[in-house]
Design a protein around this ligand. Structure first.
Ligand code: ATP
Ligand code: MG
Length: 459
């Protein structure tokens, strides 16, 4: 954050009142976490479900905070630090970020979608890094707290912010978009995540399109044009649009996709034809890359520069991460998360993958899918093609349905369900050879990456 006095910061938070201390104190950044707070920070204590940040203020002071915000209804504001009283510290954090965003001469790229936000964010950053000074959302800091905190990390060393925007219910993306006011907005895809709260895929599409509410009228919406729920809704917009996807109807679509051991090559024809390489697998990642190419074009980059950036891509962990054991056995660690769309994308990749002796799927539960969760799991099982996959190993209570679905196509002894990871690892050890590839995928809560770490030690 660019340095501000406490007095200046207070003017950025409507309704705030200076309570005590030194209004001229210089603030260099904000923090909501006393464990990571840094010298010169403003502490913003947030009241959560389990913890109340106000009770940790002394830890914040100990670790270098020079001032703190304080909810008016919390008792005993500290006396050994400057204090600004606010109605609600969370709202104050958001107001602060919003005014700060306005003061900056910085372009913003906002990214939402059911799957692929973090991946697209990493790709956009890789592309823009070639030419600009870019700050991106750390990890998955994509909500009403993480995004404002990311904005407040911007300073004069940045030209562009790439912000991930996540949601679980209606209105959240609208809020984030109005706060961040993106110049470019990306919608990666519409899947089934959060179906529980949004009712239907229709509802999910509406919710993702909320990203246009803060989009600059001179800005650009980059979205998945294979999705009719989006194309039917984006009609005569004030902003520019750019679509991407498999279909040739899109502004950007890939041809000549070829999966290689260390990544994927594909060609895009638009005015000229150009070939790109990304060091990750999967057609869905080609789509994510197309959205990054669109952003590169928006910011005036030529294909050669964009290709250079994409080649250098480093993904945030556990998203289609290739891990090789010393004997050569290959794992694709996609245990970061799973939904029906993303799990099918990963299975499709495994169907298409060549050059391995056996191809094995290790699949765990997809969480938060609502009433139809069992059907979704069963469908995933039915989706797996027996002639292209050698074994399916499932883990977790819902994944029994994957097993059941797969058993419709597979021989009995090729599909196995496990309630214990150790049992699964034992079986996996017994069936794998060094020339095999194993895809590991489930929702975050299943911690399925443990299967890979256990297998790593099984040599
Ligand atoms: P979260 O909501 O947890 O933040 P996210 O939208 O940031 O997720 P990623 O972390 O990039 O998504 O990827 C999550 C999973 O979705 C990965 O398993 C990845 O393989 C898959 N995935 C990535 N991009 C796509 C896509 N365009 N379509 C379908 N699945 C995808
Ligand atoms: Mg994410």
């Amino acid at each position: 954050m660019i340095k501000r006095t406490l007095k200046q910061l207070a003017t950025m938070i409507p309704g705030s009142v200076f309570h005590s201390g030194n209004e001229a104190a210089v603030i260099e950044g904000v923090s909501i976490d006393t464990r990571t707070i840094q010298q010169g920070n403003l502490y913003i204590p947030i009241k959560g479900e389990r913890f109340n940040g106000h009770t940790f203020v002394h830890k914040a002071i100990e670790n270098g905070a020079v001032a703190t915000l304080w909810n008016k209804d919390e008792e005993n504001p500290p006396t050994d630090i400057s204090v600004i009283l606010v109605d609600d510290t969370l709202v104050a954090l958001q107001q602060l970020a919003k005014s700060y965003r306005h003061e900056l001469d910085i372009k913003v790229v906002g990214i939402t979608g059911s799957n692929g936000k973090t991946t697209a964010k990493d790709m956009v950053k890789a592309v823009l890094d070639t030419t600009y000074r870019v700050l991106k959302t750390d990890g998955n800091f994509n909500n009403h707290i993480g995004m404002p905190l990311t904005i407040l990390r911007l300073d004069e060393t940045h030209d562009i912010a790439v912000l991930e925007m996540g949601m679980s219910s209606r209105g959240e993306i609208e809020f984030l978009s109005n706060l961040a006011e993106p110049d470019v907005a990306i919608i990666t895809n519409i899947g089934e995540s959060h179906l529980q709260d949004l009712g239907s895929r229709d509802g999910i599409a509406e919710a993702k399109l909320e990203i246009t509410s803060g989009l600059a009228p001179t800005g650009q919406l980059v979205y998945n044009g294979d999705e009719p729920l989006l194309t039917s809704r984006v009609v005569n917009p004030v902003f520019e649009t750019m679509t991407f996807g498999s279909s040739e109807q899109n502004d950007l679509y890939p041809s000549a996709i070829s999966a290689e051991e260390l990544g994927t090559t594909f060609t895009v024809s638009r005015e000229t034809t150009y070939s790109f390489f990304i060091p990750v697998l999967g057609k869905h990642n080609v789509h994510n890359a197309l959205s990054a190419i669109a952003v590169g074009h928006y910011f005036g980059l030529d294909n050669e520069t964009i290709a250079k950036g994409l080649k250098e891509l480093k993904l945030t962990n556990m998203r289609m991460e290739l891990v090789k054991r010393t004997d050569g056995l290959t794992f694709i660690n996609d245990a970061y998360n799973a939904s029906p769309t993303s799990i099918k994308a990963a299975i499709t990749l495994m169907h298409d993958l060549e050059g391995y002796k056996q191809k094995i799927l290790v699949l765990g539960d997809m969480l938060e899918l609502g009433d139809q969760e069992k059907e979704f799991h069963k469908e995933v099982g039915e989706f797996i093609q027996a002639e292209k996959i050698d074994y399916v190993l499932t883990y977790g209570p819902l994944s029994v349905e994957i097993e059941q679905g797969a058993k419709n196509n597979f021989a009995e002894d090729k599909v196995m369900h496990f309630e214990e990871k150790d049992e699964l690892v034992k079986k996996l050890t017994a069936i794998t050879t060094r020339e095999d590839v194993v895809l590991v995928k489930a929702s975050r809560g299943m911690k399925l990456e443990e299967v890979i770490s256990k297998m790593m030690h099984k040599l």
